[in-house]
Design a protein around this ligand. Structure first.
Ligand code: GLN
Length: 307
């Protein structure tokens, strides 16, 4: 397997030149645009890696499935489903998902937990006495899923996004104005920005994906969350995880996955494996360009598509 991964890295690394590192969060612009790494954990316990798999980077939107999972664990499916829809928006991650005449019902059905608006609402559904405690619970869940207690926050990226995240402020205030978001906007956003700044590597993403691929159980068979929540999270990732690139990704890779503007992609191959990718040069939709190419080739070679 490592031979195959190294070959794919070599074939796909030139594709990084066709993408651009995110710079709308200024601290992300420091990433090496040529980096490309992959890590796989399969159901036989085989770990395989290639390229820059040990680089640490911020999880960004790959925290969204974890925010959804925590909200499900704290409130159950019916409540979460009642608050935020599950339809693909077909729009960029930070889109304002409705033009006019907003009310809570209309807006909540036009968003999903994989886009910014939905993920910000998820932060309000997580239990905790204040937003610091809610964030701490998200960080603990991330560490548990990745079996990595050293996972921490990149304070520089956090401060950078907090200082510049005015589009997210606009989204949050819009939701507040129609009753979809409760609580203090700045506190909710602080939890969201911190959660996006959690620092991981490809192995962490592969391990988190493995638990999702294994119906909520870790490699030792311990149940970390109920199987029905893995079903919920994977289904929403399948249709919404790659934003306005989700349809093409379903066609060419064919597994639930989530991307982040830090360059990560987490891919869940149900019953088979978890995959973590890092390559910060992004395509126009904000997805890792070489990362998607690695996944396409891997999917063809190993017949990973669920379709
Ligand atoms: N923190 C980023 C934002 O809200 C996450 C976006 C992403 O990774 N697609 O803009």
């Amino acid at each position: 397997m490592e031979g195959l991964l190294n070959e794919l890295i070599e074939q796909c690394r030139p594709d990084t030149a066709h993408g651009k590192v995110a710079s709308y969060i200024p601290a992300l612009a420091q990433a090496d645009p040529n980096a490309l790494g992959v890590y796989i954990l399969d159901r036989n316990g085989l770990h395989s890696q290639g390229g820059d798999s040990q680089v640490r980077f911020t999880i960004q939107s790959i925290i969204k499935p974890i925010l959804l999972l925590q909200a499900l664990m704290d409130n159950g499916e019916a409540f979460v489903r009642g608050r935020v829809g599950v339809e693909s928006t077909g729009k960029p991650f930070d889109a304002i998902n409705i033009a006019d005449a907003v009310n809570q019902e209309i807006l909540s059905e036009h968003i999903n937990p994989m886009v910014n608006m939905g993920a910000i609402v998820m932060c309000t559904l997580i239990q905790g006495k204040d937003y610091r405690e809610r964030f701490d619970r998200v960080l603990e869940l991330t560490r548990l899923l990745a079996n990595d207690p050293s996972i921490d926050v990149d304070e520089e990226v956090y401060r950078s996004e907090k200082a510049t995240g005015n589009k997210n402020r606009a989204l949050a205030f819009l939701m507040k104005s129609c009753g979809l978001l409760e609580g203090d906007v700045e506190e909710v956003l602080d939890c969201y920005f911190r959660a996006c700044s959690i620092r991981v590597d490809c192995r962490d993403l592969a391990r988190i994906a493995f638990v999702l691929s294994n119906k909520g159980r870790d490699f030792m068979g311990n149940e970390l969350f109920p199987a029905r929540y893995a079903h919920y999270v994977n289904a929403v990732m399948m249709t919404c995880g790659m934003y306005d690139g989700a349809g093409d990704f379903a066609l060419t890779v064919g597994v639930p996955a989530k991307s982040g503007v830090g360059g990560g992609i987490m891919a869940v191959v149900p019953g088979r494996m978890g995959i973590g990718i890092y390559s910060p040069a992004l395509d126009k939709k904000g997805n890792s360009i070489a990362g998607i190419h690695v996944l396409r080739r891997l999917s063809r070679q190993l017949e990973l598509s669920i379709f």
